[in-house]
Design a binder for this molecule. Structure first.
Ligand code: UDP
Ligand code: MG
Length: 309
């Protein structure tokens, strides 16, 4: 292994004024002790409305620690922030982390160890998420179950937005994965290369609140399913086969029982309501996919930079 490789730490920041200083001082102290590597902190300020940018501007590097500060024109979301970090990072290794110390920087040496063993895409998998609470944990496992059923793409349950990639996969993601509706950790697990998994325990946020409400997570899950699977889109075919079968059985039944017109009313209402429910569900599913196509078609930027220095 050549000496002095550059490691980029990509940190998405949205209103983290309460914890960002602690994040930087703790992480910087850890990386400065790691021999044989230089480090580049790439802070992506995703349109914070608080003092985050001011604090980041005040951070000082050292001989082995440099800084890159990217500022968005407004809030574009965590996925966009990671994308910008990917675009501007110049490291041989890229490590994506939260700014709230939930992703323990103490694991950086272990990540670098995996890289030197030949790993190229490293997923960090949570064994326990103390902060998430029961509902988030249940919905999360439901989501992973569903996406793994529906999609050819496989997702490690518990994989987080804490992951690391080397130069080659970074190049692929940078050049070929420019989708507007994004799910980076899903891409990382499905572009091949030498994979590795490191388990970790998610810590509590040092300060502030999670930005992911259940509503946001629902939207994220729907987008992810739509982006990674086309099975729901084909549900209409199954529904039509089933309704044709039901129709066929009803025709035979009606003919053989010679059911008089007035007595069939209840059956007609029930069948009609049921059929309309299925029809609207299918329409909704198609709508979800059209929304994604619509977004891709418009081809607006994933993020807009206000400043980079
Ligand atoms: N974040 C971001 N843009 C957003 C929301 C969040 O860049 O619109 C950042 C946030 O500052 C944090 C990371 O993304 O560093 C993960 O967010 P958070 O900690 O709120 O999510 P959780 O860890 O609870 O899933
Ligand atoms: Mg967090």
């Amino acid at each position: 292994m050549e000496d002095n490789r550059l490691v980029s730490l990509i940190i998405s920041v949205y209103n983290e004024e309460q914890g960002i200083e602690q994040f930087y001082s703790v992480t910087k102290e850890i990386v400065e002790k790691i021999e044989g590597y230089s480090f580049e902190f790439v802070f992506v300020n995703d349109g914070s409305a608080d003092k985050s940018q001011e604090l980041i501007d005040g951070f000082k590097g050292s001989d082995r620690v440099s800084l890159k500060r990217i500022e968005f024109s407004r809030n574009f979301g965590h996925e966009a922030a990671m994308c910008a970090g990917l675009d501007y990072a110049s490291g041989d290794y890229l490590i994506f982390m939260d700014a709230d110390l939930q992703h323990p920087p103490a694991l950086i040496p272990k990540i670098l160890g995996k890289f030197s063993e030949g790993a190229e895409c490293i997923s960090m998998v949570r064994t326990k998420n103390e902060t998430a609470g029961l509902i988030k944990n249940i919905t999360s496992s439901l989501f992973y179950g569903l996406i793994n059923k529906l999609s050819v793409m496989k997702l490690e349950p518990g994989a987080s937005d804490f992951f690391a990639i080397s130069k080659r996969p970074a190049e692929v993601l940078r050049n070929n994965y420019r989708e507007k509706i994004r799910f980076m950790r899903g891409f990382v697990q499905n572009i091949g290369f030498n994979k590795a998994i490191i388990e970790y325990e998610a810590a509590k946020r040092v300060a502030g609140e999670s930005h992911y409400s259940l509503k946001k997570l629902w939207r994220l899950s729907m987008d992810t399913i739509v982006c990674f699977s086309d099975i729901p889109l084909k549900a209409g075919t199954f529904a039509s086969v089933i309704s044709a079968l039901i129709g066929f059985i009803l025709i035979i039944y009606t003919l053989f029982t010679r059911q008089g017109a007035p007595s069939g009313y209840a059956t007609i209402v029930i069948v009609l309501c049921f059929m309309f429910a299925v029809l609207f569900l299918l329409l909704g599913i198609i709508g979800q996919y059209i929304a994604v196509i619509y977004n891709e078609m418009k081809d607006r930027p994933i993020y807009i930079l206000k400043d980079i220095r």
